[in-house]
Ligand binder design. Structure first.
Ligand SMILES: Nc1nc(=O)c2c([nH]1)NC[C@@H]1CN(c3ccc(C(=O)N[C@@H](CCC(=O)O)C(=O)O)cc3)CN21
Ligand SMILES: CC(C)C(=O)C(=O)O
Ligand SMILES: [Mg+2]
Length: 278
């Protein structure tokens, strides 16, 4: 399994880091088969697989449940797990307790935390000191969608761009092992990537980041209501799934499924000896 040092080396060598989300055993297994460098058990699971309209209702128990399944599917891939909404904003003690639980119970390799407030920076250095690697996440931070006023691009003007550069440096100083940059202009992502020693992983942040992350269901177009503009769907499994299910429905209705090759039979001798009761 690749680790923190490998990802640093990849940045230094200009080798791109690939990351995809996974939420369950099959998606994790297939991501590992495809040689993905890192898997993110994203709290986007609330939207993509649980059908909520934001990530805000996702709980610690949800994250633990899904992350354990992902770990069983990808035993040889670096796994990052999102800390969910408000699990790291009540008190430092509660945040440390939640992080310990998420890290220990899931056997994750790192935890991801949104934002760069003083409390998040403190938590990042405390977790790092305790032995829990932290991946940071700035730009569009979906847990703050109601404060940001929608899922929109961040850092387009001078002030907010400079703010994000300051945040990125502070995050690195607090010990984070990597930084996710979500929905920022590609030029700003390039500046931040050049300024930092730790790898940047972009989503909707252009081609100059050290790595890229996308949501699994977006990459394969699997049951997503609307693909964000920055997504490229590399295949379309909606159609093959719906087509397969329709043929199944039709064959059951027609009585052509199951045929003999998908059925079990008993020996004629046994069959002839079966007595019906009264
Ligand atoms: N399927 C899916 N993919 C994701 O990447 C994703 C989720 N869900 N859920 C959690 C967050 C939310 N994300 C989102 C969701 C929507 C936009 C979006 O609609 N953006 C606008 C651009 C807005 C602008 O121009 O400022 C777009 O048209 O794509 C962006 C990120 C990223 N994450
Ligand atoms: C979009 C990525 C970075 C994420 O945080 C998630 O999937 O939850
Ligand atoms: Mg997330």
């Amino acid at each position: 399994m690749k680790n923190r040092m490998d990802f640093l080396k990849m940045k230094d060598n200009g080798e791109k880091i690939t990351m995809v989300t996974a939420y369950d055993y099959p998606s994790a297994k297939m991501s590992e088969q495809a040689n993905i460098d890192m898997i993110l058990v994203g709290d986007s699971l609330g939207m993509v697989v649980l059908g909520y309209d934001s990530t805000i209702k996702v709980t610690m128990d949800d994250m633990i449940h899904h992350a354990k399944a992902v770990k069983r599917g990808a035993t040889n891939t670096f796994i990052v797990v999102d800390m969910p909404f408000m699990s790291y904003h009540v008190s430092l003690a509660d945040s440390l307790y939640n992080a310990k639980r998420l890290f220990q119970e899931t056997s994750a390799n790192a935890l991801k935390i949104e934002g760069a407030s003083e409390e998040v920076l403190t938590l990042t250095s405390r977790l790092t000191a305790a032995g829990i690697p932290v991946v940071a996440h700035i730009g569009l931070t979906p847990q703050s969608v109601n404060v940001l006023g929608g899922y929109r691009i961040q850092g387009k003007d001078k002030e907010t761009a400079e703010q994000l550069i300051r945040e990125a440096k502070a995050i690195q100083n607090s010990g984070a092992i990597a930084l996710v940059l979500e929905c920022v202009p590609m030029e700003l992502a390039q500046i931040i990537t050049n300024e930092l020693d730790i790898p940047t992983i972009g989503i909707g942040a252009g081609n100059h980041c050290d790595g890229q992350v996308l949501v699994y269901h977006d990459v394969v177009n699997y049951g997503v209501d609307r693909l964000p503009k920055f997504v490229k769907a590399y295949t379309d499994i909606n159609n093959s799934i719906v087509n397969g299910l329709q043929v199944y429905v039709n064959e059951v209705k027609e009585g052509t499924f199951p045929d003999e090759s998908h059925s079990f039979s008993m020996s004629p001798n046994v069959l002839s000896e079966i007595k019906l009761g009264d």
